[in-house]
Design a protein around this ligand. Structure first.
Ligand SMILES: [Fe+2]
Ligand SMILES: [Fe+2]
Length: 333
């Protein structure tokens, strides 16, 4: 079987499987995928599989480091020492997730400089959710609960992704994401149980603003997601966008009830026949507007990343100079 050559777009025609040897290698690759084997960095893989993974893992890495910005914004204003320590740890974790993921993408033959250049020049995407502002302290709890909650739903199946280095990075990341979700929920629970009316209203307002963008985190509806099928076939993706979104809604509704907040969707209700919650229509125009660069904070986020890169140039230069100086010693050792 070499279905890959038939399913690729015109830009990938160069990766067509030309020789008998290529076809045999592809058949061996496909049967390893079918058997549930992990593909490792040095194994042969079709170019389209490699490119799909580089795109997905690098976008994921960019999302982690851009995701540090909306929450980092509140570290100096956390209401207590405990909340500040938790938030610091969480934001550091996100930086670490970016590093694991850039390393995983590098095993596919792309350099970190290339990936960061694509981010800084606007060629690469990151999760649109991070283009929304964190306006109040309640946003930090809601980001943990909903945004990290949606990330977990997306990422747990990736622990079984067919590419070994990505799958292994995801196991550690998911453990940390689970702490992120719990700390957010616990912070909201504290505000809803012990807070003033103004604090409770602040939580409800934050939920109203983050609910729909969180549902958009799972990506376009399956019918508008043409690459999903190939990714499922290759074991890169295990569940479709709509399946993951439904799982997230079903898991979140009882949590919202326990908190005592209302999710901002009049059409949200339990459907006994489907044994799932029905929910209202997502505003896909908003989604595409934000993906296209016109969300509330796109420009600000990109500028912050470019500035961090430029400001860090001297550190990178000094580290390289130091490594060059030590190179002869290392060889002698
Ligand atoms: Fe993360
Ligand atoms: Fe997280």
């Amino acid at each position: 079987m070499y279905t890959q050559a038939m399913s690729v777009g015109p830009q990938d025609q160069a990766t067509k499987l030309e020789s008998v040897e290529d076809r045999q290698r592809n058949e061996a690759f496909e049967s390893r995928i079918d058997e549930g084997d992990f593909i490792e960095a040095k194994d042969w893989m079709p170019e389209h599989y490699r490119k799909t993974l580089v795109r997905q893992i690098s976008q994921h890495a960019h999302s982690e480091i851009v995701g540090m910005l909306p929450e980092g914004n509140w570290i100096t204003r956390a209401p207590t020492l405990k909340r500040k320590a938790i938030l610091l740890a969480k934001v550091q974790d996100e930086g670490g997730h970016g590093l694991y993921l850039y390393s995983a993408a590098e095993t596919l033959g792309t350099s970190r400089d290339q990936m960061l250049d694509a981010l800084h020049t606007g060629k690469a995407k990151y999760s649109s959710i991070f283009n929304y502002p964190t306006l109040t302290w309640a946003d930090i709890g809601v980001v943990g609960w909903l945004v990290d909650g949606a990330a977990i739903m997306n990422q747990v199946p990736l622990c079984r992704c067919s590419y070994g280095p990505y799958a292994r990075a995801m196991i550690r990341i998911c453990r940390e994401e689970s702490f992120h979700q719990r700390q957010g929920y616990e912070s909201l629970l504290t505000m809803m149980r012990d807070g003033t009316d103004a604090q409770k209203a602040m939580v409800q307002d934050a939920v109203n603003r983050w609910w729909w963008p969180s549902l958009m985190m799972f990506g376009p509806a399956d019918k508008d997601s043409p690459n999903s099928e190939q990714s499922m076939r290759w074991g890169i993706k295990r569940l479709t966008n709509d399946e993951l979104r439904q799982k997230f809604v079903d898991a979140t509704v009882p949590q919202a009830e326990l908190l005592g907040i209302t999710l901002p969707d009049p059409d949200l209700k339990w459907n006994a026949e489907r044994e799932h919650h029905d929910f209202g229509a997502i505003d896909w125009n908003e989604f595409w507007r934000v993906v296209g660069g016109n969300g509330p904070c796109n420009t600000e986020r990109l500028q912050a990343r470019v500035k961090a890169w430029d400001d860090g140039a001297w550190v990178r230069d000094a580290a390289l100079a130091h490594a060059r100086k030590r190179a002869p010693e290392a060889r002698a050792a």
